[in-house]
Design a protein around this ligand. Structure first.
Ligand SMILES: [Zn+2]
Length: 168
């Protein structure tokens, strides 16, 4: 199996195709392309086939670590001219707007934050103290109700998550 096909299966990021994987000593960078043709505003449901332009730099998101390696997803995004929000970088299905982390990463952090103190979370996932609060706020705003099922998917009650997020 080719390495791009392997990472497609391994990461299973919604709506994406893995184009390239590059390995550095402590970091893996996975370049993906969005499968959909239509552009979607990151702030609302507006979508269009018309692109305003394509950004000249790649966007990147930190994903869940792979072993000892940091895993970073990158993609070259387009911009859309939303009638409500103006010219915006298109939204992606695997990350929340304005976030430098994937949904999977944020959901993990939010779940951990309901179960251990914030210092422990910062050490475990190697992010800044303030970042934990920002991630929890985004997850709560997104209306996620995290819970843990026996299948291993994560979640936590929105109520306790909200309480933690506001307590910080
Ligand atoms: Zn919009």
């Amino acid at each position: 199996m080719r390495v791009t096909a392997a990472f497609n299966r391994l990461l299973a990021l919604p709506g994406t195709t893995v184009r390239e994987v590059s390995f550095e000593p402590a970091r893996i960078t996975v370049t993906v392309a969005l499968r959909r043709r239509r552009l979607v505003c990151a702030d609302c449901q507006y979508s269009s086939r018309a692109r305003y332009d394509t950004r000249t730099v790649d966007s990147s998101w930190r994903h869940l670590d792979l072993g000892r390696c940091r895993l970073v997803i990158t993609a070259r995004l387009r911009r859309i001219d939303c009638p409500t929000h103006g010219v915006r970088t298109e939204g992606v299905p695997f990350a929340r707007p304005e976030s430098g982390f994937t949904r999977d990463f944020e959901d993990l952090v939010a779940w951990l934050a309901t179960r251990m103190d914030k210092t422990a979370v910062t050490q475990l996932v190697r992010i800044a103290w303030q970042t934990v609060g920002a991630i929890c706020a985004r997850v709560v705003a997104d209306g996620l109700t995290p819970t843990v099922s026996t299948s291993g998917s994560r979640s936590a009650s929105t109520r306790s998550l909200g309480a933690r997020a506001t307590a910080t």
